[in-house]
Write a protein that binds this ligand. Structure first.
Ligand code: HEM
Length: 504
């Protein structure tokens, strides 16, 4: 047997130069075919601006440049040939992709390959039966009315016991510049972990360092997004194979994430999952595969953590710039809840229509997920007449859509919560004009939970504190990532509003 093995390796050794040569020829053929398909040399104005980065002369954020291009396109659709990407801001196209021809626009293989190492087979990264199963399980849990009271309890505990004491402790301090984005990331990490897994990582206790898990999670999310932005997937795939650069960092981050996800599952198993309300317990009653459970955990973290933190950061940016909106939020709360009263249940929060309008308006201008892509399965024609070839990446762009005069009128760039109110009552727009939570069959499952968190935090903090921006620039700048993140964070000066009685 031993002889057999050594002979085998011997023959391999003889073959090595030949194999190497064959591998090089194969790779070169692959690269050549890829280049042929990918249109890497396209020199149309848009592609040239993308490749030479000349758009950065006029715009700070890539999304602002796309918004500019989409606004000026007669169909509200553009093509980035070098990325094989058709980008649209046309509500009819969005409805068509997300509902009418949903099956022709799955997430697709290229996307799931890019995110596969990080998200595995979690709900965010799969189509077909695997998606249907997770969607059904999660909807059973998230659609129950009682889950909202559970979410309300968790969010209010986190605000009262951690967020407010933290802000009070830095209020008025001379060097009390606080990065609110970091605070919100800790807040949303704690709440989504408690809500989804029934575990409390206590990230908001600022004396504790941000957990290694959270840091590794950020890195994996950022590096996955960078993979998606590279002109050719070959680059990151080769780096991954050779364990180089960002791909080496990715591997290390994933190792940390996997260890901690396993720990979450182990603890949940130890504490029992048969009678618990959290999402993980529900999945554990049906799924026993550890790797699949890990993927489910990661997708729910991604879904509920960065999105909420991003929405809160933009909301506070806008409210700091528009003190009149903060005053109207306070006035409404005093009127509906009573001057020194906080909401006591989920239902009461729903009565705050102006607050809801402010939250929606802020995400219109700064959606946490600025764009979202699908892959076209069969040749198709979009409602605006755009031909889409099989295999094309098709992206709808909520960030650009929020800035379109054709959708929101001439005041589209203004922050005006009133546009969502009719006779003082919140009135939602078509989700295809406002696909901030996506729309159609894959609409966000945590929308109610997210709105509850955003309203609760904004209400509690704006009745107690004043915030002054300490940023060096005038408009938000975003760093690359799966979710919009303010580069440089959201530094603010916090001052507690002095009242004779304490606001709840
Ligand atoms: C402001 C906060 C949020 C925003 C803007 C948001 C937005 C979105 C968007 C755009 C998608 C579609 C993503 C895609 O298919 O690529 C999505 C999906 C999803 N969201 Fe949210 N989300 C938020 C908060 C939450 C929270 C708190 C949870 C969990 C409790 C959650 C759970 C999910 C899930 C499970 C999906 C996958 C749905 C599916 O594929 O069928 N989201 N969300």
């Amino acid at each position: 047997m031993e002889l057999g093995v050594s002979c085998f390796f011997h023959s391999l050794h003889d073959l090595t130069p030949f194999l190497l040569f064959a591998a090089i020829i194969l790779s070169l053929t692959w690269v050549f075919l890829y280049l042929l398909r990918a249109n890497l040399w396209c020199n149309c104005e848009t592609c040239e601006a993308y490749l030479t980065l000349s758009w950065t002369k006029q715009f700070h954020n890539l999304s602002d440049w796309y918004a500019h291009l989409l606004k000026n396109s007669p169909t509200k659709t553009i093509h980035l040939h070098v990325l094989g990407n058709t980008i649209t801001g046309n509500p009819d196209n969005v409805e068509y992709m997300l509902t009418t021809r949903f099956n022709n626009y799955p997430k697709g293989k290229p996307f799931s390959t890019i995110l596969g190492d990080f998200l595995g087979l979690g709900i965010f990264n799969v189509d077909g039966d695997l998606w249907r199963f997770q969607r059904k399980m999660a909807s059973l849990e998230l659609d129950r009315f009682s889950i909202r009271s559970y979410a309300f309890e968790i969010v209010h505990f986190e605000i009262e016991q951690r967020l407010i004491p933290l802000l009070s402790s830095v209020s008025g301090s001379n060097h009390g510049v606080l990065d609110l984005q970091d605070v919100f990331r800790r807040f949303s990490f704690d709440t989504i972990c408690r809500f989804s897994f029934g575990l409390d990582p206590r990230c908001l206790e600022m004396s504790l360092p941000m957990s290694d898990f959270a840091v590794a999670f950020d890195l994996a999310s950022k590096l996955s997004a960078e993979r998606a932005m590279s002109v050719s997937p070959l680059v990151w795939k080769i780096k991954r194979m050779m364990n180089l650069g960002n791909e080496k960092k990715m591997k290390e981050a994933l190792k940390m994430i996997n260890i901690l996800a396993q720990e979450v599952i182990r603890q949940r198993r130890k504490m029992g999952f048969l009678n618990h309300k959290d999402l993980l317990s529900r999945f554990m009653r049906t799924v026993s595969d550890e790797k699949f459970l890990r993927d489910i955990v990661i997708s729910f973290l991604l879904a509920g953590r960065d999105t909420v933190a991003s929405a809160l950061s933009s909301l506070f940016w806008l409210l700091a710039k528009h003190p009149e909106v903060g005053s109207s939020i306070r006035l409404e709360a005093d009127k509906v809840l009573g001057p020194n009263q906080g909401p006591t249940c989920y239902k009461q929060l729903r009565e705050l229509h102006y607050l809801q309008a402010a939250v929606y308006e802020s995400m219109r201008l700064y959606p946490p997920i600025q764009f979202d892509s699908k892959f076209c399965q069969e040749d198709d024609v979009l409602p605006d007449g755009t031909f889409v070839k099989r295999g094309t990446r098709v992206t709808y762009h909520p960030y650009a859509m929020g800035r379109m005069e054709a959708i929101w009128g001439p005041d589209c760039l203004e922050f005006k919560p009133e546009r969502w109110l009719r006779d003082g009552v919140f009135f939602p727009e078509s989700p295809f004009k406002y696909p901030v939570f996506q729309a159609g069959y894959r609409v966000c499952l945590g929308k109610e939970m997210a709105i509850l968190e955003l309203k609760s935090v904004a209400l509690s903090l704006f009745r107690r504190f004043q915030f002054q921006l300490a940023t060096t620039y005038d408009t938000p700048r975003f760093s690359p990532g799966l979710t919009a993140t303010l580069s440089g964070g959201l530094p603010v000066l916090v001052r507690e509003i002095v009242t004779t009685t304490n606001h709840p």
